[in-house]
Design a protein around this ligand. Structure first.
Ligand code: ATP
Length: 357
């Protein structure tokens, strides 16, 4: 196993910038998810780490050795890495056991060692009963487990996964997220996992790197990213936050229309424009005006949708901007009604991205 460092990594195709100045330190044994929307540069980063493409700026250092730079790139077969693609790429004419053992055979290991390693990985990946089947006789989830077992049995320094669950149905995808995390806890290979699915990243990752437009916007544990998003992009992408904009009155208080919101997060500079994020379920819907005026906004109900376990409200604020909130299912307020919203101060996260110094 080894640490993976991306230092000022960039990739251009002619004038098009696929990746710009990516810096990331993945410690030995960590699982890091690259999470972001389509086209943000996730696969490019993974292909650079694997050595399939060469950087146009920066370098990749694995276990202290420079594997990619603008002057020298070690070929994929010279890196001790395993990569898993969206399509499982199993050999159709080989059984499960033969598929998994293939990498050990080409490394010319002796028969006893191969048998021993095969037995252990088939047991860990819960594939023992399927060892003699061919890929065509397996479900999608079982094929994915074979693909994981095949990648892990060769004991790579680094494991690279590119949207490994995207071909599975929703139930199986959920089950396989736990499976990947379980296998990671067992083997602790340094792992880079590419996904656009927030739940997948939250379940599997030690660290999440949220990417946008060829850059990393924020790196942190799933909790940090969820609770302390630094930019409006991260706040919207992780858990669908509302973004309000106001002017700072002092280090903590922001004027939003005629109201004042006390915020959490960074210290503000008086007069700056501040984006503030708050999640839909963190806003309380009040039918009557409360006595306390701070952190209360006036709004009109624009839409109310019954979702079974909750109601999804769309509200129009006094400045005509819209805000969404999730309320208990038994709170039904008709469109057109005036309401008051309480936005707790410790949930109003002041973000960067305004015109702060
Ligand atoms: P997705 O989730 O859709 O796979 P991604 O985040 O993995 O997206 P990349 O495949 O890394 O995105 O692509 C990043 C950017 O680089 C995109 O704008 C893409 O069009 C561009 N790009 C990727 N490969 C090439 C190429 N060979 N030539 C030109 N542009 C490319």
């Amino acid at each position: 196993m080894a640490s993976v460092e991306l230092k000022g990594l960039g990739k251009r195709y002619g004038d098009a910038v696929a990746l710009a100045d990516v810096n990331l330190h993945i410690q030995h044994g960590q699982l890091v998810c690259l999470l972001g929307p389509s086209g943000c540069g996730k696969t490019t980063t993974l292909r650079l780490i694997a050595g399939f493409i060469e950087p146009t700026a920066g370098e990749i250092v694995v276990g202290g050795k420079v594997l990619s730079s603008t002057t020298r790139t070690v070929a994929p077969e010279g890196r001790n890495m395993s990569m898993i693609f969206q399509s499982y790429a199993l050999w159709p004419h080989m059984t499960v056991a033969e598929n998994v053992a293939y990498g050990l055979k080409i490394r010319k290991m002796n028969r006893e060692t191969i048998a021993e390693k095969l037995k252990t990985i088939l047991s860990t990946a819960r594939l023992e009963a399927l060892a003699d089947r061919y890929p065509a006789e397996l479900s999608g989830g079982q094929q994915q487990r074979v693909s994981l077992a095949r990648a892990m049995v060769v004991e790579p320094e680094t494991l690279l996964l590119d949207e490994p669950l995207s071909n599975l149905d929703a139930n199986l995808r959920e089950e396989m997220r736990f499976e990947i995390r379980r296998l990671h806890d067992r083997y602790r290979y340094t792992t880079v996992y590419v996904t656009h699915d927030q739940a997948e990243a939250m379940t599997t990752a030690d660290l999440i790197a949220v990417m946008n437009g060829g850059r990393i916007e924020q790196v942190g544990t799933p909790q940090e990213i969820y609770k302390r998003p630094r930019s409006a992009f991260v706040a919207r992408f992780i858990g669908g936050s509302n973004i309000l904009t106001g002017k700072a009155l002092d280090a903590r208080r922001v004027a939003v229309g005629d109201s004042v919101l006390v915020t959490d997060g960074r210290a503000l500079r008086t007069g700056e424009t501040v984006p503030i994020s708050i999640r839909q379920h963190e806003i309380a819907l009040l039918a009557a005006q409360p006595e306390q005026s701070e952190n209360v906004l006036r709004a009109v109900v624009a839409r109310c949708v019954f979702l079974g376990s909750a109601r999804d409200y769309t509200l129009t604020l006094e400045d005509k901007s819209e805000l969404r909130l999730t309320a208990p299912a038994d709170r039904e307020i008709d469109p057109g009604q005036h309401v008051w919203l309480r936005l707790p101060a410790d949930r109003c996260q002041a973000l960067s991205g305004g015109n702060e110094a």
